[in-house]
Structures are given as structure tokens and as C-alpha cells.
Write a new protein. Structure first.
Length: 188
């Protein structure tokens, strides 16, 4: 029974990440792909937390977080965009992912029967995350003007609602997506 629950948990996380958003024939706005990719990146939190649960890894992995932040900053520099801005939005993304992981650990402590007994290799999940990071930096560069416009907050809210509906995000993932994207809009 535990194996079935673990398999379902892992499958759900990977399914959310791999599902194309289908409710819209075309993106709602230029920010859609960025927000959708952020949601897909968050979905990796379930298999990552399962791996950390089983292998005893820490939820907060400062070395890995710094590696991610350095990598996205380098990608930002290569794209000619503000490295500090990109670091800030990815700091929020990492914190939101950790929030999901802490929630999962709490759920499994309250109900050990639901805790995973198997998990994918952490390096596989990290490879997927690295791909999402690259896409997100590319989208930030492409959507720079939208992200730094007066209408960004309203556009972000609309796109977040669309991604939430398209991906059928539960309340935890809705909160995580809101947290992960809170620094996107900045007037220059």
C-alpha cells in the first residue's frame, strides 16, 4: 500500500511538470510561458522531497541553491539582463520549492503511512530543474519589457490564474507559485 502511495506521489509531481497547459490555444500573454515553466519547476518538489526523505538529505541545500543562483546569474549576464534581478526571482523560486518540501515532510511525519518508500535519483530531478532554469532565464530576457512595465502586476495575476487553472494546481502549489513569482514585476 505504501509503495502505491509513493508511486502516486511521484507520478503526480512528474505529471504536473510534464503536462502541457491545454486550456488555451495560445498563451494568454507573453508572460505565460515564464509562469508556466515556474509552475513546472515547482512540481519537481515532490520527487525531490521524496528523494531527500528516503536518503536523509536536507531540505535546505545551500550549496545547491548557490550553484543554481550562480548559474542563472551567468545565463542572465550572457543574455545581457540584470543578474541581481534574476538572482532575486530565483531566490523566491528556490524558497517556494523548499516550502513545498517542508510541507511534504510535515505531512509524512503526521502520517508515516503516506511517506514515500521509493524515489527517483536526485540527479535526474536536478537535471530537469536545470532545464527549467534555462527556459525561465530565456523567458525573462524575452519578456523583460513586460516584467518592467506598469501593467505587469495585472498581467502576472491573470497569467497566474490561467496557469493555476490549466495545471489544476492545488492550494499548496497555488501558494508556492504566488510566492515564486512575487518579485517578477519591477518598474525601472
Amino acid at each position: 500500500m505504501t509503495f502505491t502511495r509513493t508511486a502516486a506521489l511521484l507520478a503526480t509531481g512528474m505529471l504536473i511538470a510534464s503536462l502541457p497547459a491545454t486550456a488555451h490555444a495560445q498563451p494568454v500573454s507573453p508572460l505565460y510561458r515564464l509562469i508556466d515553466t515556474a509552475a513546472q519547476r515547482l512540481a519537481t518538489a515532490d520527487p525531490v522531497s521524496a528523494s531527500k526523505w528516503i536518503n536523509g538529505g536536507p531540505i535546505t541545500d545551500t550549496a545547491r541553491a548557490n550553484q543554481v543562483l550562480d548559474s542563472v546569474a551567468a545565463d542572465a549576464a550572457a543574455r545581457g539582463i540584470d543578474q541581481q534581478y534574476v538572482r532575486a526571482i530565483f531566490t523566491d523560486q528556490v524558497a517556494a520549492t523548499e516550502g513545498i518540501e517542508y510541507t511534504r515532510f510535515g505531512q509524512w511525519k503526521f502520517d508515516p503511512a503516506t511517506a514515500p518508500t521509493t524515489a527517483p535519483d536526485l540527479s535526474e530531478s536536478r537535471s530537469v530543474i536545470d532545464g527549467y532554469n534555462k527556459t525561465m532565464v530565456d523567458e525573462v530576457a524575452l519578456q523583460w519589457h513586460s516584467l518592467h512595465s506598469v501593467g505587469c502586476d495585472a498581467e502576472l495575476a491573470g497569467v497566474t490564474a490561467a496557469v493555476t487553472a490549466d495545471r489544476h494546481l492545488d492550494p499548496l502549489y497555488q501558494q508556492a507559485l504566488s510566492s515564486a513569482t512575487r518579485s517578477y514585476c519591477q518598474l525601472t
